[in-house]
Ligand binder design. Structure first.
Ligand code: UYC
Length: 233
């Protein structure tokens, strides 16, 4: 049976994050009333740091916006660059990454993230198209956090470097235990790029973004050890 606007409203505004997520999962059909409540919710959250639940609500509205003019206008007016503040210490524009993630185009978002990391490292890394581990320590915290927050918020908390870091710490930094956990290796076989990877939210937690291991673990180790992740928010 369809949920009334009031049921949705009280469920969304009052509940625990888990209950909020469960509620949003039941919204198989949108429609004016549902979107109205979701827009209300997103506006009320606007002054807070982005949460996973706001990310999910944003994604539902983003998916609705091509078919609903009101939703389209709402997003353009109040969230023209999404719900994650796109902070950068280096003047990098993260709107293209935000757009790909809002579209749930995780393959292109993954490629663009590598490119952004290369831009953070400087022009020689941009030309080389891959990173030296020694370049990573100097990455600004603001930029790394922006990239990571974009991934987390647009994936219900599934993807992002900080998510990978938590899983890595959870296996005592044992790479051989991490790879199968995040779907990068099964038994003796490395997952093949790009078709072996899962480019949607059915992927295991920590599956994206990718770091190529062709030149060893030092790059991902530097990335997951960065001071951005051990600093208070
Ligand atoms: N690839 O296997 N990967 C590439 C991954 C390895 C290899 C790109 C991730 C193992 C080669 C990305 C895994 C390996 C190329 C990833 C993985 C290997 C390539 C495109 C699981 C062989 C072409 C961007 C750990 C046993 C390289 C890039 C070239 C590409 C990601 C081979 C994103 C997460 C050890 C030969 N692999 N990669 O970096 O120069 O080129 O053309 O990790």
């Amino acid at each position: 049976p369809a949920m009334s606007a009031d049921e949705l409203r009280s469920g969304l505004f009052g509940a625990s994050e888990k209950a909020q997520f469960q509620l949003l999962e039941t919204l198989t059909q949108g429609g004016e009333t549902v979107w109205q409540v979701l827009m209300e919710f997103l506006l009320k959250q606007q002054s807070n740091p982005p949460s996973l639940i706001s990310g999910k609500v944003y994604q539902i509205l983003y998916q609705a916006h091509p078919t609903d003019e009101k939703v389209g206008t709402f997003l353009k007016t109040h969230f023209p660059t999404g719900i994650v503040p796109l902070k950068s210490d280096t003047g990098i524009d993260y709107i293209p990454l935000q757009t790909l993630l809002a579209q749930q185009d995780f393959l292109e978002a993954d490629k663009l993230s590598v490119q952004k990391l290369c831009e953070l490292a400087g022009s020689s890394a941009v030309q080389r198209k891959w990173l030296y581990f020694s370049e990573i320590e100097r990455f600004p915290i603001a930029d790394l956090k922006t990239i990571d927050t974009l991934w987390r918020i647009h994936s219900e908390g599934k993807f992002g470097y900080s998510v990978q870091r938590e899983l890595w710490l959870g296996v005592n930094k044992n790479w051989d235990k991490l790879w199968p956990k995040i779907g990068w290796r099964e038994g003796r076989n490395w997952t093949r790029y790009p078709q072996g990877f899962t480019w949607d939210l059915t992927a295991p937690k920590g599956h994206l973004p990718l770091s190529n291991q062709l030149r060893g673990v030092r790059v991902i180790e530097a990335l997951l050890s960065h001071k951005a992740w051990s600093q208070p928010q």
